[in-house]
Ligand binder design. Structure first.
Ligand code: TYC
Length: 131
């Protein structure tokens, strides 16, 4: 996946005083020492925002939530709402952890404020990348 390599200067740490004023370490013959290392970047883990069915929240309210918190159009929001209604739950979106947590919390809070028991939860998106 992230299979490119980068060069890294090895030897004294920049700022440690042993690299002269260039920032690069050099041996006594004046040769620059370099090492190829894999980059330490990882793709972030992803989380699903899952909406749960209940017997009381009006369908119109669920559609309204899906339109406004997930930017779905009316047709998509209605389809997702009906999937939750018939199957018990459905994935509304997949995000990094902070964003997924924030969306679920905002929706749960908004539902409470409007006195509906509608709930969202988050779950790992599975098939997490190890590279
Ligand atoms: N089951 C609800 C009803 O019949 C509608 C509903 C759909 C509620 C989706 C929650 O996430 C939900 N009024």
């Amino acid at each position: 996946m992230l299979s490119f390599f980068m060069n890294q200067i090895v030897g004294g740490r920049p700022g440690s005083g042993d690299e002269g004023d260039s920032g690069f370490d050099q041996d006594r013959a004046g040769t620059m020492l370099v090492e190829r290392v894999k980059p330490r970047l990882r793709k972030p883990r992803l989380y699903r925002v899952v909406m749960l069915n209940d017997d009381y929240t009006p369908m119109e309210f669920v559609v309204h939530v899906l339109e406004n918190f997930f930017s779905m159009n009316r047709e998509t929001a209605t389809r997702v709402m009906l999937r939750v209604h018939t199957e018990g739950k459905a994935v509304c979106g997949v995000y990094t952890r902070d964003i997924a947590e924030t969306k679920a919390e905002q929706i749960n809070q908004y539902s409470l404020e409007n006195e509906h028991p509608l709930l969202c939860q988050i779950e790992p998106d599975g098939n997490d990348n190890d590279e």
